[in-house]
Design a protein around this ligand. Sequence first.
Ligand SMILES: [Zn+2]
Ligand SMILES: [Zn+2]
Length: 416
Amino acid sequence: MIIDSKKYGGLCSCGKEHAMATRLCVIEEGALSRFEDYMWQAGVSGKRCAVYAENTYDIPGLIHPKAEQEVVLDSKGLHADEVSTAKLKELLEPDIEVLIAVGGGTVHDIVRFCAGELKVPFISVPTAASCDGFCSNVAAMTWYGYKKTVACGAPTLVVADVSVIAKAPLYLTATGVGDMLGKFTALADWKMANAVTGEHLCPVIYDIMNTALLKVWDNCLQLANGDMEAYEAMTYGLLMSGLAMQMIGSSRPASGGEHHISHFIEVEPAALGVRSDALHGEKVAVGTVIAAREYHRMAETEDISDKVVEYAPLSEDKLMEVFGEKLFEACRDENAKDCLAAVTPEKLKAAWPAMRAIIKEIPTGEEIFARLEKLGAKRTLADIGIPEEKLPFIIENSPTIRNRLTLMRMRRMIKV
Ligand SMILES: [Zn+2]
Ligand SMILES: [Zn+2]
C-alpha cells in the first residue's frame, strides 16, 4: 500500500487547504528491498546516515537501507533528550545530507530533532507498530528533565516494511493498538466539539481516520497470530494518523480526552503523588477505557435540561493544588483562553441528542477492555502503576492539561 501525498494535499471539500510534508508513505511486506526505488520516487538524494538503536540494529530479516554512514546508539538509557541528540550530532560526518531513522519512537524523535537542526530531510523506517508518532512533525523530547514537544520536520519518506514490523514483540504492537483505539474517543470529541461550538471538522480527514480505525478494531485480535493483514492495518492506521495531523495542522484527529489522561499522568501533577513508567500507548489504552466508560455513562441520561450549569473559569487555587508549583504556571497559561468559555448551557442542551448519538458509535469501555485483555495489553490504572482510587481525580482534572474542547472538559458544565 502506498500513500501518495499528492492525493491528500491541496484544497479540500471542507474549504481548507491541507498540506502534507511527507511525500510518500509505503506500507508493504518486503518494502525495504525496494528502498532505493522509493528514495528515487520521493526525490531524495545526497550523502546518507542511517541511525539505529543497538537493539534494533540486528533485528532478524531487517534489510539495512544503503547509507554512507551508520550510527548505532547505545540502547541502555536511550531517551529523546539533550544527551542523545548531542551524541548523534557529534558522531555525524560533517557533510551528511539525509538522515534515516531505523527503529521505534525514541530513535525517530532523536533523528527528527537533529534533522530539524541540521536542516536536512529525514526518512522514517519504523520497525514496530508501537505509536503514531512516526509521521509527526513534532518531536517529543525530554530537555534537562522537562518534557516538551519541539516542532521539526515530518519525514519526507516513510518505508514501513510489514514483514519486519510483524516480528516486533507483541507487547510493543499492543501499545500501538492502545494509541490507535484512543482515536475512538478522540474522533468522538472532535465531532462533539463541532456539534456544540461549530469548531471546524474536516469530513474527509474524519472519514480517513475512522475507516483506518475500524479496520484496526476488526483485525487487532489477529495480531497475536502474526496475521499480515492485521499488521498492515495497524501500520496504516498509525501512519495515517500522523499524516492526518500534518493535514489539519494539529493533533485534533488523533488526540482527545483519552490522550489528556495519558499526558496528565505523564507530567506527574503534585496531587497525583505517583509516577508511571508505562509507554505512551499503554497510558492511552488505559485513558481510552476510562473515557469510553465515562462517555457512555453520561450518555445514559437522555434529558440534561436541568443538569447543565453556566460556564465558570478554572480557579487558580485549584490548579495550584492539583499541579503544584512546578507545573502551575504552564497550566494556567494553557487554560488562559479556556475553550469551554465558548460553550453555553443552551448550546449543550441543543447538541445533546447529537452528542449521545456520537457516543453510541464508540465501543463501550468493556468492549475496548476485552480486546486489550486478549492482546495482553495494559488496561487498568493499576496496570500502569496508578492506584485505582485516583480515578475520580484523574477524570476531573486531566482535561486541564490541554486547552481542547472534549466531552471530558465539557463535563464541568454537565452534572450527570
Ligand atoms: Zn498517541
Ligand atoms: Zn478537509
